[in-house]
Design a protein. Structure first.
Length: 255
């Protein structure tokens, strides 16, 4: 059976390439670990992160994508082949999970408006569904156990702004988890070294921000722009003392 690859190596015969099944499983494992670190009590987040890891590169099982990778390694002229849309289609059409579909579709390009993702998936519903069925079969033949259902984090009421905002934030966290897990596994394959992760210390970082702000403010203390920037900064610090929740900051570029 032909081996399917997620990434090339240094050789031009893919003998040191990263097999796709290994990449998908390793990203799923990393994503689960990250989800548990971020929110230990959110089991749905952990399970959805696993599903995101397993499905994010489902489209790389395409024959056309594998041919593209081989041509790239052999330095032959070729055009890139889209792959993210297929995992997203599986999440949306078969698993009925918009957050998962939104995340997978965006894992290379960045999060787009949810309506844009919805329109892309709906416009090619029949074509994508048929293609995904074949890709799922290839993954099965590769001994991958892909999810057949993924619970939603909570019910969404489109008429409730607070619920919609919560769902968006939850999806952004899932997106960050998938991107980090994917990049870390890809980096490990390329460098053969595990990245040393440095945990963020919010207090230390805030002290650095404050120190930088004071240096900048001292350069032109009488400037109206400096005064406005200082006022915005102080308002942000004051808002941080409020109850935990969602905050919006709207200032002009450079503010």
């Amino acid at each position: 059976m032909q081996r399917n690859f997620a990434h090339s190596g240094l050789r031009d015969d893919l003998s040191d390439g990263q097999e796709l099944k290994h990449h998908l499983q390793q990203v799923a494992d990393r994503a689960k670990q990250l989800a548990r670190e971020i929110h230990p009590d959110d089991e749905v987040m952990a399970l959805t992160a696993v599903a995101a890891g397993l499905l994010h590169d489902l489209g790389k099982y395409q024959r056309a994508w594998q041919a593209y990778l081989r041509a790239s390694v052999e330095k032959r002229p070729t055009k890139s082949v889209p792959h993210a849309i297929f995992g997203a289609a599986n999440a949306y059409h078969m698993l009925d999970n918009l957050a998962l579909a939104w995340t997978i579709a965006a894992h290379h390009s960045g999060l787009s408006d949810s309506n844009q993702t919805y329109n892309r998936l709906e416009a090619k519903h029949d074509e994508l569904t048929a293609e995904v069925e074949g890709l799922l079969q290839k993954a099965k033949e590769d001994d991958l156990f892909l999810p057949t259902e993924v619970a939603r984090p909570f019910d969404v009421d489109a008429d409730c702004a607070a619920i919609c905002q919560r769902y968006e934030f939850w999806t952004r966290i899932l997106f960050s988890i998938l991107v980090d897990a994917d990049r870390l596994d890809t980096e490990l394959h390329a460098t053969k070294r595990e990245r040393h992760l440095v945990r963020l210390d919010p207090e230390t970082l805030l002290d650095r921000v404050k120190a930088t702000r004071l240096r900048w403010a001292a350069k032109n203390a009488e400037s109206l722009l400096t005064q406005l920037r200082n006022r915005v900064f102080e308002q942000c610090l004051a808002a941080a003392e409020n109850r935990q929740g969602f905050f919006a900051l709207t200032v002009p570029t450079g503010g």
